[in-house]
Structures are given as C-alpha cells and as structure tokens.
Design a protein around this ligand. Sequence first.
Ligand SMILES: Nc1ncnc2c1ncn2[C@@H]1O[C@H](COP(=O)(O)OP(=O)(O)O)[C@@H](O)[C@H]1O
Ligand SMILES: [Mg+2]
Length: 253
Amino acid sequence: MTPLIRVEGLRVAYAPPPAAPALDGVEFTVDRGQRVAVLGPNGGGKTTLFRVLLGQLEPGAGTVEVARCAVVPQTERSRLEFPVSALDVAVMGAISRLPWWRRPGRTERVRALRALEAVGLGDHADVTFGELSGGQRQRVLIARALVQDAPVILLDEPFTGLDAVSMQQLEDLLAQLASEGRALLVATHDVEQARRWDRVLCLNRRQIADGGPEVLTRSVLEATYGTELVDIECAVHGHHELVLPPHHHDHEH
Ligand SMILES: Nc1ncnc2c1ncn2[C@@H]1O[C@H](COP(=O)(O)OP(=O)(O)O)[C@@H](O)[C@H]1O
Ligand SMILES: [Mg+2]
C-alpha cells in the first residue's frame, strides 16, 4: 500500500541562518484510514508542517510526497461577522476544483448539502456561519473539506474552545472519516485524546517522536512541551502526572 504522505529529512525555515529553522529532521509516513495527532507547544511547527503539506511553503531541505490535502484551518474569530451561510462555506470547497471560467452551480450546491448532511448539519444549511456554535462551525469547515474530496484532511487545533458535547461529536466524526479511508492529521493539545488515535507526531521545532501512542513516554512529553509542561502530584492517587497549563486550551489566534 502506497502511503498518502511520505516526508523525509524535512527542514523549513522562515529566515536564513543563523536563524533557527521552524522545523528540522521531520520524517514520517501516513497511510489511509489513520488518525495522526500532531502534538507540540505553541510555536512548535504544527501549522508550518500543514502549510508545507498544502504546498504553501517550500521546504528548505528534504522531500515531501503527499496526496491531495484539504485543510480545516485554525479558527479565526475575526472573520465571523461575514454574512455567509453554512451552505455557502461548504460550496467554497468546490471552487478550487472548478475550471477558472465556471462558478459553482447546482451540482456544487448539491454536493455541499450532502457534505453538510454527512457532518450532521443538513438542517443548518441556511444558518449564518457566525451564528453557529464553535463545534458546528468546525463541522461546517469539515464539510467544506469533504467537498474538496481530498484523501488527506489536515485539521489545525479543531478542538480548541469546544465544550465536552461538541468535542465528542467531533471525535465521532473524525472516527467516521478515518473509517472511510481518509487520512487525518489533527493538531491538538490533548495528549489523552492522542493516545486514543492511531499515530502521534511530536514536534518542537524538530521531530521529537513518531509512532503509535506508546511513544508518548514521560521523556518524549518533556522534550515535546519543554517548560510548558507542569508536573503535578495527583492528590488522590499519589502519583505524578504531567499536565499542560489551561492557557493551552484557551489559546486562540
Ligand atoms: N509567516 C511566518 N514568518 C516567520 N515566522 C513564522 C511564520 N509563521 C510561523 N513562524 C514561526 O515559526 C514557528 C512555528 O510556528 P507555527 O508553525 O505556527 O507553530 P504552531 O502551529 O505549532 O503553534 C514559530 O516560531 C513562529 O513564530
Ligand atoms: Mg498553529
């Protein structure tokens, strides 16, 4: 089976040396049907990796072979006042695949509505995007990605700011998309969630680890999060636990 993503010896720099590269030594493959947690501190290079996979950034070194990718971008609250409906947003997924002289028409609207149905929002097609809940907005953006019909979907911190119910709905949806054979790369700050998925990729300006959830040892987590990690002693069980401070979950930009 050919992997959907194959990355070897990847280095990415926004500025020439002596500035440190944003990413170095990144090397991994991803197969169909895999959910991969991309873990790392703020500034660790998660979004940078996604931009390389999307072809928006040129690698400074290394090779990147990747099937077509769709992206669910990090949420930007500043764009919420635009009066577009959930259906409009989903239809936008069709635009990149249309020849330049064509506008999206009935075919694209039907595909977009199907995609909204697939994410459980068929009855929200006419609702303004900004009026949806955070979890619903994430699912509309996933519908937009589904309309692009790409075998790889990159999700950039999709769980940030969601309540427990919306998180569960989104997790169930990701499980369904993976079971249909798509590969999902999910930038997340939730280590426990990462342990439930197929693979983890730990980035802290360089690759710290890549493999099954069993690679998430204490030393890997320390190298991944560095000083952002807080060591607390669990009062009830009397053992040490490593946790991320709460600003990680509230972080938005
Ligand atoms: N457009 C850019 N120009 C210069 N530096 C950037 C740019 N985008 C990101 N960086 C830098 O690259 C590093 C990795 O950023 P990013 O990939 O956004 O990390 P993450 O998504 O894990 O928070 C950070 O130090 C960040 O400041
Ligand atoms: Mg980011």
